[in-house]
Design a binder for this molecule. Structure first.
Ligand code: BG6
Length: 487
């Protein structure tokens, strides 16, 4: 529990890296500008780079924005925020370095009651060393009457079910499950947070949200960029582990789960786990993988994946995957869930498409065919929107029919600033609300869907199908086209 007088120390481990500088620290500044941080808060950056405090502050400043502060007072707000930012260099995994950090923290906290959260913005290979060193340095409090300690970490959580379980088990020796906040930043996106509201706070959707009315569900994730200097990381994981097993599976769980008994973290996680456990492991015949090749778009040359910095020339890591999943439960039996993710494609876009069945015995069918079936599209990004295509009579004398959209665009409907996912998530960590974080059994269930096929791909050394950078993906992605396979 947060007491009103509690202070807050936010320890960003890996504070000189990209995640910390571009996402975590700007999100904290945004929370500060909106008055969400307690009166007594401090940020402690910890990393290997030897930086002075002014150097650390000027690095942070590069990415702070004035989104929530009128520009005339923004510089002052930045200065106030930067004044609360401290830095210490040390080696990850060294208890002594963390003891030095503890000394600094104690001085700044002035012996007053202070909650602490540790953001591990570091490569997963050192999660454990750092967590153990934090534990050994006595930086974690577990008892309910003491100020709380929480840890925040971000995928990849292992490479498969086994390595993920090992990581969970080892971490739990330092931080218990209730103290562990596993981030999937897609859960912090506004449209994703709206999924449960859309489904369960509106009368019109829930009665038709099932196999009787829905023909297929597509979850499509596209990026029009390559690996952007992250080749080393990406090549070890590939698109299935980087995007599908986490972001897309989380979206699938929220689209497909049953209504939770109560709107709290435990009940929501329980329903997500239940639906994910009804998804049988993906099979190779329901999967297409691809890798982008060199191309020239608008006169500009884009390198192939294997030409990217730090990617081996003979890499067979997929940058694209399309998979067909099923859900074996009474609501979804026989409804294909097609999930697609790719880098180096023709657009940046994340969308959920709910395709409804055709109207039975439709009296408007003509020799040329029947009117199109309805489709509900939930666009996560960019330009957040929800639209429903419906069939209408085109104004005029004849009976011509056409589909058009009932269209809700977030910018028009709400006109408000849409917070960055990290802002919502960090605020939830401070409030102790774990509803938007991944519980360990959810993580296990998500790995169970993909682990067998990932091992199979590796065992067979499956070569991904090339597709040109900037295109729509590999030609045979159509192989798992819902209509041809499922009728
Ligand atoms: C990350 C992936 O989780 O999400 C990246 O590791 C990807 O490969 C990124 O680019 C996309 O996030 P967003 O919020 O820009 O869609």
């Amino acid at each position: 529990m947060n007491e009103p007088s509690d202070g807050l120390s936010i320890i960003v481990v890996g504070a000189s890296g990209n995640l910390a500088r571009k996402k975590v620290l700007p999100a904290l500044f945004a929370l500060y500008c909106q008055g969400y941080l307690p009166e007594r808060f401090h940020v402690f950056g910890f990393a290997r780079s030897k930086l002075s405090r002014p150097e650390f502050r000027s690095r942070i400043m590069e990415h702070l924005t004035c989104r929530y502060t009128p520009s005339h007072s923004c510089t002052q707000r930045m200065e106030e925020f930067l004044d609360r930012c401290h830095y210490m260099s040390g080696s990850y995994g060294s208890r002594d370095s963390l003891l030095d950090l503890l000394t600094m923290m104690r001085e700044v906290e002035g012996g007053r009651r202070t909650n602490r959260f540790y953001y591990l913005a570091i490569p997963p290979t050192i999660f454990l060393d750092v967590a153990r060193a934090i534990g050994d340095a006595g930086l974690v409090s577990c008892s309910a009457d003491q100020p709380w300690s929480r840890v925040v970490l971000e995928k990849p959580f292992g490479r498969d079910r086994k390595s993920s379980d090992e990581l969970t088990r080892a971490l739990s020796q330092v931080f218990v499950e209730e103290q562990t906040y596993r981030i999937d930043h897609y859960l912090g996106k506004e449209v994703i947070q709206n999924l449960m509201v859309l489904r369960f706070a509106n009368l019109v959707f829930e009665p038709i949200w099932n196999r009787e009315f829905i023909r297929s569900v597509q979850i499509v994730w596209k990026e029009d960029i390559g690996v952007e200097g992250r080749g080393g990381y990406f090549d070890r994981y590939g698109i299935i582990r980087d995007v599908m097993q986490n972001h897309l599976v989380q979206i699938l769980a929220l689209v497909a789960m049953e209504p939770p008994g109560l709107l709290d973290a435990e009940n929501i996680a329980a329903e997500k786990v239940k639906v994910l456990r009804s998804v049988p492991p993906l099979e190779l015949e329901d999967l297409v993988v691809g890798q982008y090749s060199e191309s020239v778009v608008g006169g500009r040359r884009f390198p192939a994946y294997v030409q990217e910095e730090t990617v081996p020339d003979d890499s067979i890591t997929p940058t694209f995957a399309a998979a067909r999943l099923r859900i074996n439960n009474p609501r979804w039996d026989g409804v294909p869930f097609l999930i697609k993710a790719g880098k180096g494609l023709d657009a940046r876009m994340t969308e959920i498409r709910i395709q409804f069945r055709e109207v039975p015995g439709n009296m408007f069918c003509r020799s040329g065919g029947c009117p199109e079936a309805n489709e509900l599209v939930i666009r996560v990004q960019p330009d957040e929107a929800i639209y429903l295509s419906i069939v209408n009579k085109v104004p005029g004398m004849g009976m011509a029919l056409r589909s058009s959209n009932l269209d809700l665009r977030y910018k028009v409907a709400f006109g408000e600033q849409i917070p960055d996912a990290y802002e919502s998530l960090l605020l939830d960590v401070i409030r102790g609300d774990r509803s938007l974080f991944i519980r360990s059994d959810e993580l296990q269930a998500a790995w169970d869907i993909f682990t067998p096929v990932l091992h199979e791909i590796e065992r067979r050394k499956l070569v991904p199908e090339p597709y040109e950078f900037g295109s729509g993906g590999p030609a045979s992605a159509g192989k798992i086209d819902i209509v041809t396979m499922w009728g």
